[in-house]
Structure formats: C-alpha cells, structure tokens
Design a protein around this ligand. Sequence first.
Ligand code: ZN
Length: 159
Amino acid sequence: MTRETLVDEDKTITIKVSALRQGTVIDHLRRGTGLHVLELLGLEHEGTVTIGLNLDSQKLKQKDLIKIENRELTQEEVNKIAILSPEATLSIIRDFKVFSKIRPELADELEGLVRCLNPSCISNNERIKSRFLVHKRSPLQLRCYYCERAIPEDEIQLA
Ligand SMILES: [Zn+2]
C-alpha cells in the first residue's frame, strides 16, 4: 500500500494515512462534528473512508478529519458542512495531488438546508423549502424567514 505522511496545516499533527488518489479531505472539522458530517455524506459510495476524531490541532485545539476516496462533494453538502463546522477546509484530490482547496463559506441566507423547529411553521406544513437568515455567526444563530423562530447553534437540525 502506498503511504504518505500527511502533515497538518498547523504542523501539530503527523498521521500516517494511505495516500488518496482521488477524493476529498475534509480537515479542521470542529471536534464532535466528524460523525455528523459522515452521516450527512452517507457511505453508499465505493471507496475507503478514513476518519480521525479528536486529533490535536493548534488552530482548534482538537479537531476531526475525514478522508473520502472516490468522492467529491456537492454544493449542498459543502453548505451543510459550513453550518456544522465553519472552520473546515476541503481539499479535492485528483491523481494524488491537491486539485483545489476551499473553505466552505456560510451564506447570509440558507435555503432548504435546515429544519425549522416550530412545528406550525409553514415550511414544515407546505411543500416549500425552509429559509433561514444568518442572524449571528459566532456562535451561529439562525432566524426562520417565515415564522421568525430563532435557532441557536446547538439546536440546529439539518434538513
Ligand atoms: Zn419557521
């Protein structure tokens, strides 16, 4: 098996991982969000998934990291990761090289990504997409465009 030494951006960790020929590395995930991200991406594709939880990081103290073989992310998945973990970085690997590296940006308005917690909200009862305004960024607070329900960071439920 080919091996590479993956050195973290902030140079605090060195982990041995099998080299990724094609796929995506999601780094600098907030501690505790790795499994959520994995869940939202699903695992039905062919390919190895490597996950590191509670890794040391200078930037975040501790972080989660996911490497997914043979898979690139959709814009919707990137947007959801930005909600769960705004500091995350995504590297797309093609032919063993970093093809592009992005930091998902949280838009000012989120459509169809988050569920409204108000059961009588129109977005839970009609066939319309939920719509939220980003009211505060740190900690994250969302406000429903339709019923104005405020949702704090720790209560956010992805759609
Ligand atoms: Zn609502």
